[in-house]
Design a protein around this ligand. Structure first.
Ligand SMILES: N=c1c2ncn([C@@H]3O[C@H](COP(=O)(O)OP(=O)(O)OP(=O)(O)O)[C@@H](O)[C@H]3O)c2ncn1[C@@H]1O[C@H](COP(=O)(O)O)[C@@H](O)[C@H]1O
Length: 178
């Protein structure tokens, strides 16, 4: 802690330390955006492949803010519903929790369609909060969701859908026509 405050209060000569840090942190993200834009222009195909993921600052990092939010909401389960929005929502039951998630998702898509970027960011945060509340209510942990996302990495959605259709046609024989 003391070490950090020293770093902030005494930046190195020339550029302030914080500004240098921020630029360095943003660089891979800007590079990623350029790479994705170029790929989209030249191939018109989206590929979340290793080449693009390698440009991320930390390809193994997960959404730690969501992990912290999950821990907070879990801890709020037993809190006073007068003091905690999460406690109030969870006390109203699964149907209400799910309904709130749905409402927030709809608000989010309305902003997306309207092209309101700032409102979309705000509504996205609402959606994620209500998704986390839904996970807590259902007893699903973020790790389980991260694992499922990791399992899907590198598997094209088109290929996966085709494989699913194939598996369905093998396991579910066509219904006999009347
Ligand atoms: N991220 C959020 C968050 N996002 C949105 N909201 C709340 O979600 C509510 C949504 O408002 P609505 O009017 O749509 O919902 P509502 O009041 O239930 O209305 P009804 O549909 O019931 O009529 C607002 O009160 C927002 O403040 C959030 N409440 C809490 N968090 C996080 O959860 C943590 C714990 O919060 P508490 O549980 O309140 O302590 C906080 O520290 C935050 O990190």
């Amino acid at each position: 802690m003391a070490k950090n405050s020293k770093t902030i209060s005494k930046p190195a000569a020339g550029k302030p330390k914080a500004a240098t840090k921020r630029t360095a942190k943003n660089k891979p993200a800007a590079k990623l955006v350029r790479a994705v834009a170029k790929r989209a222009r030249t191939t018109k195909v989206w590929t979340a492949d290793a080449e693009i993921l390698a440009l991320l600052p930390n390809p193994d990092s997960n959404a730690t803010v969501l992990d912290r939010l999950f821990a907070t909401v879990t801890a709020r389960r037993m809190a006073d519903p007068e003091l905690s929005h999460s406690a109030r929502l969870l006390s109203r039951g699964t149907a209400k929790v799910a309904q709130k998630f749905g409402e927030e998702a709809v608000e989010c898509l309305i902003e997306a369609v309207a092209g309101n970027r700032d409102a979309l960011i705000s509504e996205s945060a609402d959606v994620l909060y209500h998704l986390v509340v839904m996970w807590v209510d259902a007893g699903v942990s973020p790790d389980q969701v991260w694992s499922e996302l990791q399992r899907r990495e590198g598997i094209s959605g088109i290929a996966e859908k085709a494989a699913r259709a194939l598996a369905g046609s093998v396991t579910r024989p066509e219904r006999s026509k009347p």
